[in-house]
Ligand binder design. Structure first.
Ligand SMILES: [Zn+2]
Length: 216
């Protein structure tokens, strides 16, 4: 049976949000989507880009995968879901911004850091997460064998860096960045705090995206 929770949620959407945004949906159906921002986010159910950025339909072109990773450009005939979305976002939609949205307590990053056992014989997660090995190498070894919150946090941010680097291996991304038509950004969402950090492209550090008025 289709999940009750989804039927109830849809009923609420149909009764409240849809009538309110009916003209927007109609316009989008007619003219097609023209989002200016692409977000590469994690599958994690707590880190929904549309919720965090309070976005309406048509505003964000989103691809989500385990640990919000961008693989390096590899035109090798394999199945590349994230690269396919990237190709469409950049080449067809001509988005002006790509945001790699990382987050705290990422299960994928933790699995990599702890060398977690495979969840199935396919072991897709381990293979997928080996992509951040260069980032982990740059960070150096973690301290001790147990839980190392600080290390995981640094690795989560280093992985964002890695994805930004990998984005630049796509020729059409590099071209559009060079011409100023496309900008790449890193961001990091604190699930418990709700704080969004944005990567400063000059220093490579993550700073709060916004501070309360009068605050510092
Ligand atoms: Zn995650």
């Amino acid at each position: 049976m289709f999940p009750e929770r989804l039927v109830a949620g849809y009923r609420s959407f149909l009764g409240e949000r849809f009538p309110r945004e009916r003209s927007r949906f109609a316009r989008l159906a007619e003219a097609g989507q023209k989002p200016e921002v692409m977000v590469i986010g994690c599958c994690d159910s707590r880190v929904s880009p549309e919720v965090i950025f309070d976005a309406s339909p048509g505003e964000l072109f989103v691809v989500r995968n385990v640990a919000n990773l961008v693989p390096p450009y590899a035109p090798d005939g394999d199945y590349h879901g994230t690269s396919a979305a990237l190709e469409f976002g950049v080449q067809a939609l001509k988005v002006k911004h790509i945001v790699v949205l990382g987050h705290a307590r990422c299960g994928g990053i933790q699995a990599f850091a702890e060398g977690a056992a495979p969840l199935s014989t396919g072991d897709f997660i381990r293979k997928w997460m080996t992509m951040i090995a260069p980032a982990a190498e740059r960070l150096g070894p973690k301290h001790g064998n147990g839980e190392d919150e600080d290390y995981i946090r640094r690795l989560e941010r280093a992985a964002i860096e890695q994805s930004l680097n990998n984005l630049m291996t796509f020729p059409y991304v590099a071209d559009r960045v060079a011409s100023g038509e496309l900008a790449l950004h890193g961001a990091y969402f604190g699930v418990a705090s709700g704080v969004l950090l944005v990567r400063d492209p000059h220093s490579g550090t993550f700073v709060p995206a916004d501070v309360p008025a009068g605050g510092g």
